[in-house]
Design a protein around this ligand. Structure first.
Ligand SMILES: [Zn+2]
Length: 634
């Protein structure tokens, strides 16, 4: 489905978080590296308590987390954490190096530094910070990025401490590693000036590139995270967290627009049917009896564990829960998210999707009968669980269903790898920032500004010059590179393989080979960075020819191990090449003689190269073929 983004009134703002490559954390002297496997650690366990904010309100996001009643376990690795991360010691002064790097990036984004940096506390209640808040400080305001569809404003540039790293999660507990907590992050928030998904991708890429060119940011998976704020006319401003791949941005936006449009359509349909929020009952019914002899494995194993099945009757709702909200997700999936988040149950099952999950036609109809519903007009939702969890889950489903009469609920959502999103939590209230009294404000004085001057962030145009003159990449490829998000990978590979392989080979691999393999339908996303680096290193070390790169990558993407793939396309020795040529000539001796020397060269070359495919240098093979034919034909 094509969407006219202008006519739906799409507005997108980006929030880009990038780890800075400083020598210490933002408020202590711990290193800014994640603890490797095997480092000694101990664990601390905490439980979240509900407290009112200083203005006396209870934050909806906080109430939500408490409602979930989870235990939080912190892993504290030795050498990567100190008492500051544990919130047992006040934070030290704001890291000056981090401030200088953030201001140099701000300058490259045309933003103006603030006169004084005040650290604030932003309430976080998911346990990802031991103190219950994240420290954040605005360092610059009011920049912009240019884009072909219009200038996009930058509202704020802030320095923040990164959150603890989630390692494991269950229905009633979560484990965090404290090594990441306190690593400096720069947070760049654009105005909601972005009007199309493609523009969002270009702007995110451009900001990422400018940060990258400062040479002072971390690289690799997880060091940059994009959040999106997306709204359409009549919809709601939705926060989507954790888009970690740049390429996913346009898809996430498209799906979110589709989702909001569908929710608005569902609202109109409910009104058209004359339904009202109060038609949704508060009570639910124990229907475990219906499943006494069920052949559904899902239900049976749950019943064996002592769980029960509860139903929520939904008069007039036929077809609503089955309505698709974006590819792969139905309105029922939205409700299931609420049931999972609030009740810790596996999800919901609804009548629009039945019979399914082994639940029979007979059971499906029996449920309509037991609940006093009409299968032509009505619907029901089922939850499997203990009474307490089921109650919480169905309560959340009822609240969410009632909101369907209003439209799009204000939520914080998380991005899934396929571009869809899931419900994470309600959006936090506005009153969740207050001053951090443990840290002195920092005046952005001449001294700091002088240090900022010393970090020169090259302009994107200067990078083009570097690519052509220093990396010796052809002008055409260089121009493509600076417009393509793959540039980040290119720069990483050039850095990691300096002196091993020519940048031109890297550029060709990324821009030509990988793209054409993708067009052929090869799943190139399965090739990770380190595999790519090893393949290119093999070219540099002359283990494989550069002509073999597409075939090796194809083999890896199709599931072959790197060793096998490289082995299969390994450059052959002179003797091996000669043997292949001898075999071809021997097998086709008659045909060769019939053609005569001149025509036979092309004929033999064709056959030989079909066998050698990228495993020998073409010029060498040609010379050898000529020599051998001369010997044969005189
Ligand atoms: Zn520390």
């Amino acid at each position: 489905m094509e969407i006219d983004y202008r006519s739906v009134g799409l507005r997108v703002g980006l929030e880009i978080h990038q780890q800075l490559d400083t020598s210490t954390k933002l408020f202590c002297s711990c290193p800014t590296k994640l603890a490797p496997e095997g480092v000694r650690y101990f664990e601390v366990s905490r439980i979240l308590w509900l407290g009112k904010s200083e203005l006396g309100e209870i934050d909806p996001a906080a109430a939500y987390e408490i409602g979930r009643g989870r235990r939080i376990i912190y892993r504290v690795p030795e050498g990567y954490t100190c008492l500051v991360e544990l919130d047992e010691e006040p934070p030290h002064d704001l890291n000056r190096e981090a401030l200088v790097v953030a201001l140099s990036i701000a300058k490259a984004l045309n933003a103006i530094p603030v006169e004084e940096v005040y650290v604030m506390r932003k309430v976080v209640v998911d346990g990802s910070n031991t103190s219950g808040f994240q420290r954040t400080a605005i360092v610059a305001l009011g920049g912009y990025v240019e884009d072909e569809e219009g200038v996009v404003g930058i509202q704020t540039i802030a320095l923040e401490e990164d959150a603890a790293r989630k390692i494991e999660e269950g229905p009633d507990y979560v484990v965090y590693n404290l090594d990441r907590l306190g690593i400096p992050l720069i947070e760049i928030s654009t105005a909601p000036d972005i009007r199309t998904p493609e523009q969002a991708l270009r702007v995110a890429y451009r900001i990422g590139l400018i940060m990258r060119l400062s040479g002072r940011v971390k690289r690799g998976i997880g060091t940059i995270r994009q959040d999106l704020n997306i709204s359409i006319a009549g919809g709601e401003r939705i926060e989507i967290k954790g888009v970690d791949k740049l390429e996913l941005i346009p898809k996430v936006i498209k799906y979110e627009v589709l989702r909001q449009l569908s929710l608005l359509k569902i609202r109109d349909e409910l009104t058209r049917r004359g339904l009202r929020p109060e038609d949704i009952p508060e009570d639910f019914v124990d229907v475990t009896e219906v499943f006494a002899n069920t052949s559904s494995r899902l239900v049976r194993t749950s019943l064996e564990r002592g769980l029960r099945v509860y139903a929520l009757p939904l008069p007039g709702f036929k077809g609503i829960l089955g309505t698709e909200v974006c590819p792969g997700r139905r309105f029922g999936s939205e409700l299931a998210d609420y049931a999972k988040a609030w009740g810790g149950v596996g999800g919901i099952i609804h009548s629009d999707e039945l019979p399914a999950y082994g639940i029979s036609e007979r059971e499906t109809l029996k449920l309509f009968e037991v609940l006093g519903l009409s299968r032509e007009r009505d619907a029901y939702a089922l939850v499997v669980g203990d009474p307490e969890r089921a109650r919480r889950a169905l309560r959340a489903v009822v609240d969410r269903l009632r909101y369907a009469f209003v439209g799009v609920p204000k939520e914080t959502r998380g991005a899934n790898p396929d571009g869809t999103t899931r419900y994470l939590r309600p959006q936090p209230g506005a009153a969740r920032m207050y001053p951090e009294t443990d840290i002195r404000p920092v005046r952005v004085d001449e001294g700091i500004l002088k240090e900022v001057e010393r970090i020169r962030v090259p302009k994107v145009e200067e990078l083009l010059k570097t690519l052509v003159e220093e990396h010796k990449v052809s002008r055409e490829l260089a121009q493509q590179l600076i417009r393509d998000p793959v540039l980040h990978t290119y720069l990483d590979l050039v850095e990691d393989l300096r002196g091993v392989v020519e940048p031109q080979v890297i550029a060709t691999t990324l821009l030509v080979h990988l793209k054409s393999l993708r067009r052929e339908g090869v799943e190139v996303d399965r090739i990770d960075y380190s595999t790519l680096a090893k393949v290119l290193e093999a070219v540099g070390r002359r283990v494989i020819a550069k002509e073999a790169v597409p075939e090796v990558l194809r083999a890896v993407a199709e599931g072959l191990s790197l060793e096998e793939a490289v082995g299969r396309f390994r450059t052959l020795s002179l003797e091996e090449v000669e043997r292949v040529i001898d075999e071809v000539i021997k097998a086709s001796a008659e045909a060769i003689k019939a053609r005569g020397r001149d025509r036979a060269i092309g004929f033999v070359m064709g056959k030989v190269m079909a066998v050698l495919r990228g495993r020998a240098d073409g010029a060498l093979v040609n010379a050898l073929v000529r020599k051998k034919l001369e010997e044969l034909l005189g």
